[in-house]
Design a protein around this ligand. Structure first.
Ligand SMILES: [Zn+2]
Ligand SMILES: [Zn+2]
Length: 585
């Protein structure tokens, strides 16, 4: 079991306890444990394996939770969770997936309206019965209806890329241990780096398909068998995800990998290009339309397949049928940004607000990851929930940063420079939550919109454009506010935001948090086309949080971004030049 899976189980327990009106402290203990486990980089299984360590060493994990983690790691089930799941009706589980509906509201709705399904809830909203409940009202009813549509959309019931990636890694490692498999690779939307993944596609090269398929069934996380053919097997994997394994011969490995990587739109266009050249492409290879009996012309590698239709190999992240084949044909494929191009991370939190690591710990973690600069951007004072910084505390943090930079530079060229930053809030009524004279002293200012997300399009757009035009603001954080599977973006005119950013040189963020990935690929591409520089930052709230940079990179690659489109691929001197330009705009 991965840390993320254990964390989501604990969150699930907390939800169920809360639904039942359980003890507040008990609920909180599970929530805290979930957060802690999620933020722990080291797999809990490794701690379990070390004789001199114990889960109770982790802050907030007592004996009871430690035992439960052990049970889970041993593949056991939690009796208390099974009991809770029996006591809570299915409809409550479904309702809790609707954005904005926490366990308490769900309980109220289920009991008062005698709901048995999500459709019941929709009907009750349309009949105006929800607004009559205490604490709901007409506006809430409309919001529930909109969010219900969001939750029922199958697009919002997929794994996050990051979750799928954890499964893919374990699975591929297991399958590579099969003596009959000469090569194992993952394909599908995981390989294209889509922000969410529907099912997982695995490809194996072997002349003994039965042995390879048996090996899959022997995987410790293998669930129900869904289908078994001669060369294809489908099973349920962790979190209910469908896993499709296909076994192919070496001669078609490349064509099968290309085929099962998709996307459908890309493959349709590729096949039509092949037809124009008298060829046909499928998962087995490339053949001539007028001489199929001559056999496959290409198929060992993907490059061979593309070459057969006169194209260079196309990176999987671009294979969406959005013009990449024409670009490839014209020799104009972008040189996509890679994680090695990233020199700095410009959005992260510390224990001064809602982060879990200290300033010094974040700096050390950044050095370990080979970064040459970071910006510390704790919350401004509007975010009271996270104990946001006022002027005084912020200035004190900056003094600490000055001292840290001095000590980093003591031995000569510093391995890392820490920028004095802040994540200011765009206030509901307009303006920012810290005074201009303080912001003018910052090296780096991220402006974000955390409150008043329900305001209308004009209002929200105006707040963001105002922040863009503020001389001290360097970058807009998570510009649309969406959370994958949980919450749609706020209503904002991104065309206007992009135009304003282009005019002032203000950067727009690709927040690399796997829940956010905000801007998304199409908006990031639109911003880059308009001449806006993007910043890929992690918004880390722990040292492990710095590792989600790779998710942001994938999104940037899907947007077709080159290193030059991304401000934090610059040296610190280069970045400072761009910032100076912003201020004089
Ligand atoms: Zn934020
Ligand atoms: Zn943040």
């Amino acid at each position: 079991m991965t840390n993320a899976e254990i964390a989501s189980l604990f969150d699930h327990v907390a939800d169920l306890l809360e639904y039942q009106g359980g003890n507040v402290f008990r609920v909180r203990a599970y929530r805290n444990a979930a957060r802690l486990v999620k933020g722990t980089v080291e797999p809990l299984a490794a701690i379990r394996g070390a004789s001199d360590r114990s889960f109770t060493d982790l802050d907030g994990i007592g004996k009871d939770l430690a035992t439960k983690i052990e049970t889970l790691l041993d593949g056991g089930r939690l009796p208390m969770l099974e009991q809770l799941e029996q006591e809570v009706p299915q409809v409550a589980f479904d309702l809790m997936r609707v954005p904005g509906l926490g366990p308490k509201k769900v309980k109220l709705l289920v009991d008062a309206l005698r709901l048995t399904s999500l459709d019941d809830l929709g009907e009750a909203c349309r009949a105006g019965r929800v607004r009559e409940l205490q604490g709901f009202g007409e506006k809430t009813e409309a919001t529930i209806l909109a969010n219900l549509a969001f939750a029922q959309n199958p697009e919002h019931n997929r794994l996050l890329w990051d979750e799928a990636d954890a499964i893919v890694r374990q699975l591929v490692e297991w399958m590579r241990g099969c003596p009959a498999a000469l090569r194992v690779e993952a394909a599908g939307s995981w390989r294209r780096g889509r922000e969410t993944v529907g099912d997982i596609d695995i490809l194996a090269e072997s002349s003994q398909p039965a042995a390879v398929m048996d090996h899959l069934l022997a995987w410790e996380s293998a669930g129900d068998l869904l289908l078994r053919g001669d060369t294809k097997t489908s099973i349920r994997g962790p979190q209910g995800v469908q896993i499709d394994l296909r076994v192919v011969e070496a001669a078609s490995f490349g064509s099968a990998w290309q085929y099962f990587t998709g996307s459908k739109e890309h493959n349709v266009r590729l096949r039509s290009r092949a037809r124009d050249r008298g060829l046909t492409i499928n998962e087995y290879g490339v053949t001539r339309l007028d001489a199929p009996e001559a056999g496959s012309l290409a198929g060992r590698t993907e490059a061979e397949v593309y070459e057969a239709v006169g194209l260079p190999w196309i990176p999987p992240e671009l294979r969406e049928g959005r013009g990449e084949i024409e670009q490839a044909a014209a020799g104009k494929l972008p040189t996509l940004v890679t994680i090695a191009d990233i020199r700095g991370d410009l959005h992260m939190h510390t224990t001064a607000t809602d982060g879990e690591a200290t300033l010094a710990e974040m700096a050390t973690a950044a050095i370990e990851r080979g970064l040459s600069y970071i910006a510390i951007t704790d919350h401004g004072k509007r975010v009271t929930m996270a104990h946001g910084l006022d002027e005084k505390r912020l200035r004190r943090q900056w003094q600490t940063i000055d001292r840290l930079n001095e000590s980093l530079a003591a031995g000569g060229k510093p391995p890392l420079v820490v920028l004095k930053g802040i994540e200011v809030d765009m206030l509901e009524k307009g303006g920012l939550d810290l005074p201009d004279d303080v912001l003018a002293e910052a090296d780096w200012v991220v402006a974000s919109l955390h409150y008043g997300q329900k305001q209308d399009r004009q209002r929200i757009t105006a707040r963001i454009v105002e922040a863009i035009e503020h001389p001290a603001v360097s970058c807009i954080g998570h510009p649309t506010g969406r959370l994958l599977n949980r919450r749609p973006a706020y209503d904002v005119d991104m065309q206007q935001v992009i135009a304003a950013a282009a005019a002032t040189g203000t950067f727009l963020e690709i927040n690399a948090n796997p829940w956010r990935l905000d801007l998304d690929d199409t908006l990031a591409a639109a911003a880059a086309r308009a001449g806006v520089k993007l910043v890929i930052s992690t918004d880390a709230h722990s040292t492990g949080g710095l590792d989600v940079m790779r998710c942001g990179i994938l999104q940037a690659r899907r947007a077709g971004l080159e290193p030059n489109d991304v401000a934090n691929t610059q040296t610190l001197a280069g970045l400072r030049k761009l910032l100076a330009k912003q201020r004089s705009a």
